[in-house]
Design a protein around this ligand. Structure first.
Ligand code: GLU
Length: 418
């Protein structure tokens, strides 16, 4: 499939093949599960502020819908491609199955740098993209959510565009919405909170104490910033954070609430902050620390830098941050990896809660959400750990095999149509 052939897609397929081989997956299912079920490519013409019309390319890919409606974010980034979106949709399938959510996997994206758009341009782009993917989405069909470069406001415009087409307010068509239109308490920080919950489990397993733990985080967007705040609340020392333009290091621990205030309100670049010393992203990845959290883009830890990592635990907040070659090097070094489809599943778990609240029109308290998130994600962690110990395999393979197995069961029980 040359049109899907990108680095990220090859990584997702290679992971799948390794797991499929190890679990002796039914050969009739293998080819189908390496490919998406449906892929839509759309042209998104947008009236720019200067009067010109610029045409952007957008995608929505549904990898699998055997277990329920497909679920997954929408990414706005210049690097978005069909292959990347397809890989991310495949990871969503395994992620939802691993957490036992009644969903398949999907992902969407527009190849655009949202930082270069005005608010009006961003709104027009979002509404036209939503109108173009309208035939695929819906609360019983496919439910988008935020991802890299999109947020609550983008979700609100998608919800409104969809609702205008059908003629009434449809809250359950997207998750990660503002509270005023059916969003859920606890969705904004859910991915970061989930990263912390599984890290606490990993520390317990390795008999390490959170109060002695140091944490370095690559990425200071939704996932990285909330992970930093909640890690600190949990008692860890966050010694480094970074964004695309560089990072900040303080061995005594960074003042995360203050750093975040300056970053958001004053737009002060991290590496210019006086709260620590500037470091590069590459230096951050190689810091001697207890927990390293890659929470930016895919393929950051590769054959070229994996041998230099000095963390004890790698908690993958991003999707696909580690290449297969790096995986082997890290495993040989004895680094405990909490794989992406487990570590960052807090986001989609609370998205599921949001969707349930929307379709039932009955809203929960913040405490119910945190408790249920902790329950689902820590039991997924425990099941994965037990499975990996039993089968003498890595946490990544254990997580993939359990996710793939649930999807395979659904396919085999439903049978092949027609
Ligand atoms: N974009 C997030 C992810 O990669 C969340 C998806 C969702 O909530 O549907 O898991």
């Amino acid at each position: 499939m040359t049109e899907l052939d990108t680095h990220t897609f090859r990584l997702a397929v290679a992971q799948f093949n390794e797991a499929a081989e190890a679990m002796h997956l039914d050969t009739n299912l293998r080819e189908r599960l390496t490919l998406p079920q449906r892929s839509l490519i759309v042209s998104v013409p947008v009236r720019m502020d200067d009067g010109r019309v610029e045409v952007f390319t957008g995608y929505r890919v549904q990898h699998d819908t055997a277990r329920g409606p497909s679920k997954g974010g929408i990414r706005y980034h210049p690097g978005v491609s069909l292959g990347e979106v397809a890989a991310l949709s495949m990871w969503m399938t395994w992620k939802c199955a691993l957490a036992d959510l009644p969903y398949g996997g999907a992902k969407g994206g527009v190849k655009v740098d949202p930082k270069l758009l005005s608010r009006g341009e961003l709104q027009r782009l979002t509404r036209r993209y939503a109108a173009e993917i309208f035939p695929l989405i819906g609360p019983d069909k496919d439910v988008p959510a935020p991802d890299v470069g999109t947020d609550q406001q983008v979700m609100a415009w998608i919800m409104d565009t969809y609702s205008q087409q059908v003629g009434y307010a449809v809250q359950g068509v997207v998750t990660g919405k503002p509270l005023s239109i059916g969003g859920s308490l606890g969705r904004e920080d859910a991915t970061g909170r989930g990263v912390v919950y599984v890290t606490l489990e990993a520390l317990r397993h390795l008999k390490l104490d959170i109060s002695q733990a140091t944490v370095a985080i690559q990425g200071f967007g939704n996932v990285g910033s909330h992970t930093a705040l909640i890690m600190q609340e949990a008692g860890a020392r966050v010694v480094a954070v970074s964004d695309v333009s560089g990072g900040l290091y303080n061995p005594k621990g960074l003042d995360i609430p203050e750093l975040l205030r300056r970053y958001r309100e004053k737009q002060e670049p991290l590496h210019e902050s006086k709260l620590g010393e500037p470091i590069t992203n590459e230096e951050l990845l190689q810091l001697d620390c207890t927990v390293l959290v890659p929470a930016a883009l895919s393929e950051q830890i590769t054959g070229a830098n994996a041998a230099k990592l000095r963390c004890r635990i790698l908690a993958e907040g991003a999707n696909g941050p580690t290449t297969l070659e790096a995986d082997r090097i890290l495993t040989d070094k004895g680094i405990f990896i909490i794989p992406d489809i487990l570590a960052n599943s807090g986001g989609v778990i609370v998205s599921y809660f949001e969707w349930v609240q929307d379709v039932q029109r009955f809203f929960w308290k913040a405490k119910d959400i945190q408790d249920r998130l902790q329950d689902i994600i820590t039991s997924a962690f425990d099941r994965t750990l037990q499975f990996s110990l039993q089968k003498r395999t890595t946490m990544r393979m254990a997580a993939l095999m359990s996710g793939i197995d649930k999807v395979a069961q659904a396919h085999l029980q439903r049978g092949l149509y027609p």
